[in-house]
Ligand binder design. Structure first.
Ligand code: GCO
Ligand code: MG
Length: 410
């Protein structure tokens, strides 16, 4: 019997975004597994949970018993379904699936039922916003957007997420703030709505049906405004409208569903099955978008994918820069082996990630492809990772505020 000999968490930021990787070493010399536990806003706490709770709980356990370990480790803290411990468990869970694939000498997608497609079509982010492009701020939003769209069309992408500025037109609204307003990232929800419709109108008028358009509301509207935006965007035939409600207001999806045929995607903020169960059972969304490590790893994600198939809901796993290449590869293993696959979000890797994570999935002509190595197929260079320490700086963009200074869910 091969057992778990050691469990370690590594925090590294090769593309300047904090990632958490879990390594499970086994009693078999040279046999280890890697998993993603990335919750970028609280990376330190996840790493602590891995080393101080998962390790003492699981060292010595039989690596083959993935389901039993997942069920026991999920309920071991008694309180469950929270972001920190779900991510810690995800890192171990994915690593155990990686080990199982290595022991079976098969890529993970074979263990999940084999391929139903060769590559996963992706969508890319065109946002009229950039932290690195020196031209940002010197071009109009539309010029910036068109430049990004042309670049993605050039690379063969057929799906593009269109945003007008960072999460809905973040603008310094000095004139509208009350005296003494607290600091934050201010935005005006109604201005965001107007600008989004105008921007998508510009894109559809200029590019026609050359590519599918997606948009991410990022839970930034009051529910009734989300209903209005879904209706206002109907003429533009979006591929989907994402996160138009915060998790706390998902019951409003019934109203949106009743009044609009804009396809709906939701899920990156979910941790607890009770958050998605009703939406899927009542067919109130079209795409499930969970961040796989936030729900506890591949074990719950494949069960969620299978549940969704029964209700005509497709997958669109969360795939931003704050998922490690290991997590992205697990997304793609599911993409390749799921009949009810929808689309794969693809933030792309910079050189740092490519160096630290040998075997990253590859983007070619609008599709991502896996190598056929056993297990997840991505390795982790611990030495190289040391060159990219994670920043202790807390995110500022999640301190979103409305014009009168009211805090807004980001
Ligand atoms: C997306 C997400 C991201 C999140 C980020 C939070 O659709 O990719 O909305 O942009 O904001 O992953 O850390
Ligand atoms: Mg999103």
């Amino acid at each position: 019997m091969v057992t778990i000999r050691d469990i370690k968490a590594f925090c590294t930021a090769p593309d300047n975004i904090a990632l958490v990787v879990v390594k499970v070493d086994t009693s078999e010399p040279g046999l280890y597994g890697l998993g993603c536990a990335t919750y970028t806003q609280r990376w330190k706490t996840v790493a602590d949970a891995v080393e101080n709770y998962m390790k003492p709980l699981l060292v010595g356990k039989d690596v083959s018993r993935i389901e039993d370990i997942w069920q026991m480790a999920m309920a071991s803290p008694y309180w469950r379904n929270g972001p920190i411990l779900n991510n810690a468990l995800s890192g171990v869970d994915m690593a155990l699936w990686d080990i199982k694939g290595k022991m079976a000498n098969m890529p993970l997608y074979e263990l999940l039922g084999g391929k139903v497609r060769e590559g996963a079509p992706v969508y890319r982010h065109a946002g009229a916003w950039s932290t690195t492009d020196p031209r940002y701020g010197k071009m109009t939003s539309e010029e910036m957007l068109d430049m990004q769209i042309e670049q993605f069309l050039e690379e063969g992408t057929q799906y593009i997420r269109i945003q007008n500025g960072r999460y809905g037109g973040v603008h310094e609204l000095e004139a509208m703030k009350p005296a003494g307003a607290v600091p934050g990232e201010y935005y005006d929800p109604h201005r965001y709505m107007r600008e989004t419709v105008q921007t998508i109108d510009h894109v559809r008028s200029k590019y026609g049906d050359r590519f599918e358009i997606l948009h991410d509301v990022h839970e930034r509207l009051e529910p009734i405004d989300a209903v209005r935006l879904a209706k206002d965007l109907e003429p533009y035939r979006l591929f989907y409208l994402e996160d138009c409600l915060p998790p706390e207001q998902v019951d409003w999806f019934r109203t949106i569903r009743a009044q609009s045929c804009t396809p709906l995607a939701m899920g990156e903020l979910f941790n607890n099955p009770m958050e998605w169960m009703g939406l899927i059972k009542e067919r109130l969304i079209d795409y499930i978008r969970v961040h796989i490590s936030q729900i506890g790893g591949l074990t719950p994600a494949r069960k969620l994918q299978i549940l969704c198939e029964a209700f005509g809901v497709r997958t669109a796993w969360h795939g931003p820069g704050d998922v490690s290449p290991i997590g992205h590869a697990v997304n793609v293993h599911l993409d390749l082996s799921s009949w009810n696959f929808g689309i794969q979000e693809w933030a792309g890797f910079k050189q740092g990630c490519l160096d630290v994570f040998p075997g990253c999935p590859e983007l070619k002509n609008g599709y991502v492809y896996l190598n056929d190595k056993p297990g997840i197929g991505v390795d982790f260079d611990e030495e190289a990772a040391k060159a990219f320490p994670c920043s202790e700086k807390l995110p500022t963009w999640t301190n979103a505020r409305r014009p009168d200074g009211t805090f807004a869910r980001p």
